[in-house]
Design a protein. Sequence first.
Length: 189
Amino acid sequence: PKNRWTDMVEVNINNLAAVPSIVYGLLGLAVFINWMNVPRSSPLVGGLVLALMSLPTVIIATRSALRAVPPSIREAALALGASRTQTVFHHVLPLALPGVMTGAILSLAHALGETAPLLMVGMVSFVPGVPDALTSASTVLPVQIFIWENASERAFQERTAAAIMVLLAFMIIMNLAAVLLRRRFERRW
């Protein structure tokens, strides 16, 4: 229903979508590290910050995909005796799924290349091996590229180039998957 509470939630979601990523890093530092005592430089805190940063994009894409389904589909399902739950799960969601998947994939691709919020939560540490738990120290590929690029040794040039190519290839694959899924499942009204 349209009321004061839903208006406030909608305004906050739209505002969060426009916030720079460094602010999410500061929020993660304050909430997850200082208040909840999650260890710095852990995959858990990095994942929470990136999930928080991606959430407004996914919500906005899902909302627009659900609104794109014509009301006649809902009315026809209800007229044929379907309950409101059956209408949503059997008719509206399957038709909105391409838009939801596209928004989720693009949000993941955006989070993949983000460095600023992860720098704020301490994911700049040197990690010699693979982390063994969700709370052990780790780093991420964009930060590792940054560290290798600033290294003065010549041996890191090849590693930096290879890491950039891996990151770029994965981002191209994610964006291509979003376009292909959208085209494959999209329906015109």
